[in-house]
Design a binder for this molecule. Structure first.
Ligand code: NCD
Ligand code: ZN
Ligand code: ZN
Ligand code: ZN
Length: 345
């Protein structure tokens, strides 16, 4: 048996408020625990989005009272709510800035708004950006010009990771995450999985996936799921199916499987899913919290009924190696062999 820390996922959509038919704090945090994740950072692209101090207070209070693991709420950057940034800067774990179109109403365009946000958000708190393609170059220039940390979400393309590597080599304060789906799936998988695996950024080519793996020991700071639950009915809709896939229950199993195959070390998995996320987002210590993993156990995913309310996974039927036997959260056993204890009682 292998003892590892409780993992940290810095990119999760828990859909509160407004999307509780997809996920809520209880179901999403149960999925986190079942996946060996004990700290979650929840995204603000809700309905309505979390862009004011009042929105944030309500969501964070609900998250504290309903979640089974630690959940910290992002605030969302909005050109119409710049006046809220100082108050949010004292409270929210980080600010999320959407530079490109994705699910939800938050997108900021134009140099004025982008510069204002990069200047006004406190430097000791992270500015996490959804930036694809040339937007990454804009994000790097904001980090450079205002000498402030910027974290790039779900980096997926060869040119993107290489640009971030070059920026890091210049000493610029940038960090980045990749998702398991961009590490383990390509656009070829979309041919059999169809609209289920429509997501932002879209699945990439093999050359992009290879480039991400080439940077797994160096440029990539975190593995984060971008757990983006939508119901199967929504995903299969003929008109505008929403982008995004769930990932909380499959992320650590996939990374443990890669470690069992020697694609990276178990130590590196811990760097990517615990040490670096905690450092980058200045997260508090979790006392008496750990997970136990059997690195030799093989199974076909999932090894338990899924806890995410959306009820599906793009990784169903994947052969995995490395089973989560137990999760201990703040001194209490909360998961045993895939079962979140006392969940239905
Ligand atoms: C996310 C969602 O559903 O909220 N969707 C996605 O495809 N990744 C939004 C996002 O992270 O861009
Ligand atoms: Zn408002
Ligand atoms: Zn995004
Ligand atoms: Zn996301």
């Amino acid at each position: 048996m292998m003892r590892l820390p409780g993992m940290v996922d810095v990119h999760v959509h828990l859909r509160v408020p407004g999307g509780e038919h997809k996920e809520d704090f209880r179901t999403g945090s149960a999925a986190a625990l079942a996946g060996g994740v004990t700290t979650v950072l929840a995204m603000p692209n809700t309905h309505p989005p979390i862009v004011s101090r009042n929105d944030w207070n309500i969501a964070q209070e609900k998250a504290f009272s309903e979640s089974l693991c630690d959940v910290f709420m992002y605030a969302g950057a909005s050109a119409e709510h710049l006046d809220q940034l100082p108050a949010l800067g004292e409270k929210a774990v980080a600010l999320k800035l959407y530079m490109d179109q994705t699910y939800g109403p938050l997108r900021v365009e134009g140099l004025k708004a982008l510069s204002d946000i990069a200047r006004l958000w406190p430097k000791h708190k992270m500015l996490a950006v959804h930036a694809e393609g040339t937007s990454i170059a804009v994000g790097i220039s904001l980090a450079a010009a205002y000498n402030r940390p910027v974290h790039f979400c779900h980096v997926s393309r060869k040119e993107e990771i290489e640009l971030i590597a070059a920026a890091k080599q210049q000493g610029l304060p940038v960090t980045c995450e990749v998702t398991p789906h961009h590490l383990f799936l390509t656009s070829a998988d979309a041919e059999h999985l169809g609209s289920l695996v429509d997501m932002r950024p879209t699945l990439a080519e093999q050359r992009d996936v290879d480039a991400l793996w080439d940077h797994i020991e160096t440029t990539i700071d975190c593995v984060a799921t971008d757990h983006a639950p939508h119901t199967l009915d929504e995903k299969n809709a003929a008109q505008n199916p929403p982008p995004g896939v769930p990932g909380l229950e499959s992320a650590l199993p996939l990374m443990l499987t890669a470690a069992s195959q020697g694609r990276l070390s178990y130590e590196r998995v811990v760097d990517l899913m615990y040490t670096n996320p905690r450092k980058i987002f200045s997260l508090p210590e979790q006392p008496d919290t750990w997970i136990e993993v059997d690195p030799d156990a093989k199974y076909v995913f999932p090894d338990h009924p899924l806890y995410t309310k959306c009820g599906w996974s793009p990784f169903s039927d994947f052969p995995m190696q490395g089973k989560i036997r137990k999760v201990v959260f703040k001194g209490r056993d909360v998961v045993r062999d895939g079962e979140v204890l006392d969940y239905y009682s």
